[in-house]
Design a binder for this molecule. Structure first.
Ligand code: 4AD
Ligand code: MG
Length: 468
């Protein structure tokens, strides 16, 4: 006889080999029953659905049975039979049971259901074993796969940009320094400035805030590229939308103009949302039922609606009209202001009731690399604003003129001595190009319906928190 091999629970439910003997391995979610028969709900992470193992207690020794408690890891073999109980199609009639690892009921923290999300964040090392986080992390994988599939099918090249860098792409100065220097004994010059000559890289370096600048180098050679990797921001914002370490997807496309950029942004997000609807049905249904009754409907709606394309100047007018009609905002609205999330949410959730791509921002509130418009005041930046999330994408057409880019760099006093390589793209064979960055966890917030960004990344990094 062939030795029995383990079957994943997801595959068992799909193929339903009723009558055959199967082997399953996983973690006990619950155990209940009476004096004659026990019911083990087993989960192996391959699906949100538990497999029920029915145990005729007489057939097993008490010592083994005692160890099968919530959280224990076991291997069970037995015949797959049609289930009598409600809610599952098949169950296993246990023939053998082996305990791989016990979980002491006195100390295993995931005993009862209904833990708060805050508590689960404190046990982030164990929370993937809950239904909720199992669903979220399976979906996270699906969305990453969707992103690669989308760009691969469109002929984009996945390009790897460095994590350690000497340039600040966004110019916002929110960078984490990377050094091997002894911080308690820093060499300084006569003005008290730190000397980096003897540091590992011989200069001041940081963790990247964006792969865009290197992405532009690649796009102006390979045509269309995307990056997908971790990025870091030392912004001290303790909000449900900000992480110090997050993943960003950054496509960059040679010869694309504003119109094509917006089309790509819209097509890309809709593709990801449709992917979730098509490939994550069980997990989505669970999150919909448990957390957010409007989730699936909202995803379907956004996947089908045309996004609004709104010049910043028109957006300000709408907000000013709202104020004139009595709507109150905490922060002032005027041409030139950086929109606060209350303003973005008003436009998206109350005024248009659909996603908005806002374009042509005042140059003062956007990064140096954005293409300057003829009016001398605005740049071709695009922010995609989403219901409940706010900004999900930030992108722009890039300034391809060497002179205009240099002028802006000088105006802003950006130290360019380490960025000669970036300027070379404008010096040699420059071309119109555009790109954007999508915050992967912001997308995850939208597709899972979660309300805190700490709950859509396995191990969140936020101010004062780097546990696990
Ligand atoms: O708007 P941002 O800062 O744009 C850039 O970094 C550009 N270089 C992208 C490009 O054009 N290639 O960031 C892009 C997106 C935001 O729209 C948001 O979704 C996300 O990254 N993001 C964050 N997500 C989580 N935590 C943070 N602290 C984030 N900061 C930005
Ligand atoms: Mg932005």
């Amino acid at each position: 006889m062939e030795t029995l091999k383990r079957t994943r629970i997801a595959d068992l439910f799909r193929t339903q080999p009723i009558g055959t003997t199967v082997m399953v391995k996983g973690w006990v979610r619950t155990r209940r029953g009476n004096k004659q028969v026990g019911f083990i709900a087993l989960n192996d992470g391959s699906t949100i659905k538990n497999l029920q193992i029915v145990v005729d207690l007489e057939k097993f020794d008490e010592e083994t049975l005692k160890l099968i408690t919530t959280g224990a890891c076991i291997c069970a073999t037995g015949q797959l039979v049609e289930s009598q109980g409600k809610g599952q199609s098949a169950e296993v009639q246990a023939e053998t049971l082996e305990v791989y690892g016990t979980a002491d009921p006195q100390t295993y923290p995931l005993q009862k259901k209904g833990h708060t999300m805050e508590f689960l964040r404190e046990i982030a090392h164990l929370r993937p074993r809950t239904n909720t986080f199992g669903a979220i992390f399976r979906m996270r994988h699906q969305m990453a796969y969707a992103i690669h599939t989308f760009f691969h099918q469109k002929g984009f090249c996945y390009f790897h940009t460095p994590i350690i860098t000497a340039s600040d792409c966004e110019g916002a100065g929110q960078m984490f320094q990377v050094t091997t220097k002894n911080l308690y004994n820093l060499k300084k010059d006569e003005n008290g400035a730190i000397i980096y000559d003897d540091d590992f890289f011989g200069k001041q370096t940081s963790l990247t805030v964006s792969g865009q600048l290197e992405g532009e180098l690649a796009a102006t050679a390979l045509g269309a590229i995307y990056t997908f990797g971790p990025t870091f921001r030392a912004e001290n914002s303790n909000t449900p939308r900000h992480l110090a370490e997050f993943w960003m997807v950054e496509p960059e496309v040679a010869f694309a103009d504003l119109e094509e950029l917006m089309n790509l942004e819209e097509e890309f997000i809709k593709y990801c949302i449709k992917w979730a609807l098509d490939n994550c049905q069980d997990d989505l249904q669970f999150l919909n039922d448990m957390f957010d009754k409007g989730l699936i409907e909202r995803l379907q709606k956004v996947a089908e609606t045309e996004f609004v394309r709104l010049p910043y100047t028109d957006g300000i007018k709408i907000l000013e009209e709202a104020i004139a009609k009595g709507h109150q905002f905490e922060f002032p609205v005027y041409w030139g202001c950086d929109l606060a999330s209350e303003h973005e949410r008003y436009l998206v959730e109350e005024h248009f009731k659909k996603p908005v791509i806002m374009i042509n921002y005042p140059k003062e509130i956007k990064a140096f690399y954005m293409k300057q418009n003829e009016d001398g005041k605005t740049v071709q930046g695009t922010d995609v604003l989403f219901p409940q999330i706010g900004e999900i994408i930030g992108g722009s057409v890039r300034e391809e003129s060497y002179d205009k880019l240099m002028a802006r760099i000088e105006e802003l006093n950006i130290p360019m001595k380490d960025m000669w390589w970036y300027l070379d793209t404008r010096k040699y064979g420059t071309c119109p190009h555009a790109g954007f960055g999508l915050g992967f966890e912001r997308l995850m917030l939208f597709v899972t319906g979660m309300s805190n960004i700490r709950d859509v990344i396995p191990f969140p990094r936020t101010p004062k928190n780097a546990e696990f």
